[in-house]
Design a protein around this ligand. Structure first.
Ligand SMILES: [Zn+2]
Length: 264
């Protein structure tokens, strides 16, 4: 009998504990619901800047320059004739081809829509017996930093270097919407002014616009950057237009001032 009473006491205790747990859970749910009603809009996704920062490659000790170029481009002013561009975080970046060979061979990428347009352009040129080859597509800020430092050493000053190469954080190549092109039949003209005399350049001058591409740095461009017949940017979509809005607006303004004469 004593044993039976003891068991009953245990059951009662277990029942009360269970009841208390249920009451507590219900109150918690109710309190959370009320709290949500009065809470200031919960953040469902981090702002784009936060995503950009969190997906950026972490660097062990960022130099002050790197820290500056990571800031949103709208907060930055042009530098030595170059407009600020953010490093693309585009996950749709695709390969557009290969350049050079053996240990120097590299594989170049562009954003999907620029890459598709470039494919159309390359195949249309091929139909006209012209071989257009991409030399350089997307470039990270880190890669540009290396190129720019080499250029400063070669040219002796930052101002002189900037005429040839954009400072890191200011290259159109960061966007994945700009590409250096060459003629597959005359590699000696790669990234030289001689390229302007190649079949590929002649074809591009006549047809690139049909595929949404334009020369970024024509002769005597308003940015004061050296003539780059090989460097083309894609402006054939709303996103592309937005990316190059500032550079294009100022160049068009200048076009109008020169009595509608095309700077190109
Ligand atoms: Zn370029």
């Amino acid at each position: 009998m004593k044993q039976f009473k003891k068991v009953r006491r245990y059951y009662r205790l277990a029942f009360i504990t269970l009841l208390a747990a249920i009451v507590l859970s219900i109150s918690w749910v109710a309190i959370s619901a009320v709290a949500k009603l009065f809470a200031p809009g919960p953040a469902t996704a981090p702002p784009p800047e936060a995503i950009a920062v969190s997906t950026a490659t972490p660097s062990a000790s960022p130099s002050p320059e790197t820290a500056i170029v990571k800031a949103p481009e709208s907060d930055r002013q042009p530098k030595l004739g170059h407009f600020p561009y953010s490093e693309s975080q585009d996950l749709d970046m695709v390969y557009i081809g290969s350049y050079a060979e053996k240990e120097n061979q590299r594989f170049e990428k562009l954003s999907l829509e620029a890459a598709l347009a470039l494919m159309k352009l390359i195949y249309a040129a091929r139909d006209d017996n012209t071989w257009i080859v991409p030399v350089s597509g997307f470039r990270s800020i880190e890669q540009q930093e290396k190129l720019y430092k080499d250029q400063i050493q070669r040219r002796g000053s930052e101002t002189e270097a900037a005429k040839i190469s954009a400072p890191p954080g200011y290259s159109e190549h960061h966007t994945g919407y700009a590409v250096d092109l060459t003629d597959g039949n005359s590699h000696l003209t790669d990234l030289t002014y001689k390229f302007a005399e190649s079949d590929a350049f002649r074809w591009l001058s006549q047809h690139a616009r049909e595929y949404g591409f334009e020369l970024s740095f024509p002769q005597n461009n308003f940015q004061g950057v050296s003539y780059e017949p090989w460097h083309w940017r894609f402006v054939g979509s709303p996103k592309a237009e937005e990316i190059f809005k500032q550079a294009r607006a100022e160049s068009h303004q200048l076009d109008r001032k020169s009595n509608g004469k095309d700077v190109l």
